[in-house]
Design a protein around this ligand. Sequence first.
Ligand code: IDP
Length: 223
Amino acid sequence: GGEVENSQTTRNIVLVPVATIGCGKTTVAVALTKLFGWGHVQNDNIIGRRNRPQMFAQAVYSALGTSLVVIADRNNHQKRERKQLIADVLNIVPEVKFVALQYVHDRGNYDNIRKATRERVLSRGDNHQTIQAGSKSQEEIIGIMEGFLSRFEPVDDSGSPDDMFETIIDIDATASSRDNLETVITRLHSEYPKLFKEMPSADDLDNAIEAALNDYKPDLKHD
Ligand code: IDP
């Protein structure tokens, strides 16, 4: 949609992180829920083994019933996952707008991304929704992380499915979650001003990230 349409948007927005393990997407998602009361769907909200991708999309749809904005918190690092999520949500509710939160993965920057994400996950990995660090060796964890890195497909809005994103917000995977939270909020505010009543202060952002880092108790699904 165009500018006028966007400036009137107040609901039915799905934020779709595009990331690998340890980028900080859950931390930013939790901070956003603390600041704005938005919905947050994680894979570990999904019970059972069958049809998990469809159930994830269903949970996103359900959360839209009570929240203006819902964060679809999984890696969505391949086009196949993004296509499934977008198609399944649109199938239930056609008027949703999708916004990518892309943790940029330029191949030339992989060593810096490895350094940042490993440091975060290996120091606090017991609490990770995808990796239970305590029960795995460092090598196994690094192996799982490398799998996500090698499969990562950048958002490419010149074709399907990424041309379905109305807005693409690029995020620095090596930056702090505090800075990335600000990047996301600033850009959302410029695209969808009606989403916000009062903008949070710098202190509010600090506090939301600190609380997100402290609260952190997800669980251990592998998808
Ligand atoms: P992910 O959802 O992208 O895999 P998170 O689970 O949010 O990433 O973060 C991975 C780990 O790094 C968590 O233990 C989290 O508490 C920690 N973390 C996230 N952001 C920061 C940061 O800015 N500084 C230090 N640690 C962070």
